[in-house]
Write a protein that binds this ligand. Structure first.
Ligand SMILES: Cc1cc2nc3c(=O)[nH]c(=O)nc-3n(C[C@H](O)[C@H](O)[C@H](O)COP(=O)(O)O)c2cc1C
Length: 406
């Protein structure tokens, strides 16, 4: 489509009416996200001749990465909370800056810039996926009317529906701990359990047995025994994924083989099998609009759980999954942030990280709190906690059975 010059009126309402029409005209029929943003940057640059930079930064992990733009070359990556764009991301709201030199932490790209406006780009569900960033050579160029006008236009630019739906579901999933009370149907449960069993499994052995806890009294007992987490009792579906080294051992024996006793390696393989199957169940639940949460505390209280769930020696309850329909608050709650990939992925071999890198890696978890204070509290609450010590004691009790060869 060839561009037809338009004259933008000075009056804001009329200006934004025309700008919205222009944005829709030059992006509306395109599904490719990059093409949409590129033409949007051009339309905006035409409408704001005093703007010396108009473009987009898109969220990738812990950074905003440069997207399509009009103007001089710009910084290609911006950290969470850095500069005006990173601040818009952290504060989850638009920023209108009258004079950038007065903005603490401003990232200077063009010394001619005086004012700036940054508008979050959001998916239909409210999640931010990037920002629109505009710089102007005029001080105080952008106003609240511009903020409102641009916030009204940017939803036109989202082509999120065209994303890979599997990746999207993986990124959107978060643990859900409050449920509406509407039950998970039998068909949904079956679909979740079938998906779990479709997961990869070592030697196609399915070294797990899934306990479907339907008895409310057992759910209530688990809510107490798993470190007093009452939401367990309120979940519609509760599954305990047991690492099962018993059934093959018994099959070998009853089939006339002379099997060795299950050992630590067998258990680790079965735990891996369990975790993979459970994660398939999580993803299946997510695809059905259900929310789930793992409960690691099922590994605690060996003696109590063996009795409650009738676990034989070579069966270890590796993970519990509780599932229900998420409340609105849970759907809208932000997902906890993850560490940047550069710290999580080491090339070819393990790289021991020094204190500086560890601090950098965990800074996103500390958030606004001073790092040392946050770390000390986390250490006390998780690593040094009674439940963590009980987990080690309990797992050691389970391990006693896995003596191996005899
Ligand atoms: C092995 C495992 C055990 C967990 N145990 C619990 C638990 O006992 N209680 C709980 O509320 N959440 C539990 N979680 C959920 C984590 O807290 C959650 O996955 C984490 O905070 C990241 O948040 P997200 O799942 O919303 O992305 C567990 C998760 C895993 C993978």
């Amino acid at each position: 489509m060839s561009y037809i010059e338009v004259q933008y009126p000075a009056e804001k309402a009329a200006f934004y009416k025309l700008l919205k029409e222009q944005a829709a005209l030059y992006t509306g029929e395109e599904s490719a996200q990059t093409a949409v943003l590129a033409n949007a940057a051009s339309v905006l640059a035409q409408a704001f001749p005093e703007a010396n930079w108009v473009g987009f930064y898109l969220i990738e992990g812990e950074e905003l990465v440069l997207g399509p733009f009009q103007g001089k070359p710009a910084v290609s990556r911006i950290g969470y909370g850095k500069g005006v764009c990173g601040t818009a991301w952290r504060e989850d709201r638009s920023q209108v800056v009258e004079e950038v030199s007065c903005f603490a932490g401003h990232i200077a790209c063009d010394c001619n810039t005086h004012s700036e406006i940054v508008i979050p780009l959001r998916r239909a569900d409210g999640r931010m996926w990037g920002v629109l960033d505009m710089d102007s050579v005029l001080p105080g160029h952008f106003t609240e009317a511009d903020r409102a006008g641009l916030e009204d236009i940017v939803p036109l630019l989202d082509r999120g529906e065209g994303e890979n739906p599997v990746l999207r579901a993986l990124h959107e999933r978060k643990s859900v701990r409050t449920y509406t009370g509407e039950p998970v149907t039998g068909a949904e449960k079956e679909a979740i359990l079938a998906a779990a069993c479709a997961a990869p499994t070592a030697g196609n052995q399915q070294l797990y047995t899934i306990l479907d806890i339907t008895d409310q009294a057992v759910k209530d007992a688990l809510a107490v025994s798993c470190d007093n987490q009452p939401f367990i009792a309120k979940a519609s579906a509760v599954f305990v994924f047991c690492a099962d080294c018993q059934k093959w051992y018994d099959a070998f024996r009853s089939g006339g083989c002379d099997p060795r006793l299950p050992g630590a390696g067998d258990l680790m393989l079965a735990v891996t099998d369990c975790a993979i199957a459970a994660q398939n169940a999580v993803t299946a639940a997510e695809s059905l609009g259900l929310g789930s949460c793992y409960i690691g505390d099922i590994m605690e209280r060996c003696e109590v759980h063996r009795e409650l769930l009738h676990l034989p020696d070579y069966v270890f309850p590796a993970v519990m999954l509780v599932i229900g329909r998420p409340t609105r608050q849970q759907r809208e709650r932000p997902k906890p942030r993850r560490c940047a990939l550069e710290h999580i992925v080491h090339e070819n071999a393990y790289r021991v990280m020094d204190g500086g890198e560890l601090r950098e890696m965990l800074a996103c978890q500390a958030g606004e709190r001073p790092y040392e204070e946050w770390l000390a509290a986390f250490c006390a609450r998780k690593y040094q906690s009674d439940f963590s010590r009980e987990m080690t004691r309990s797992v050691e009790a389970y391990l006693k059975a896995f003596g191996g060869e005899r």
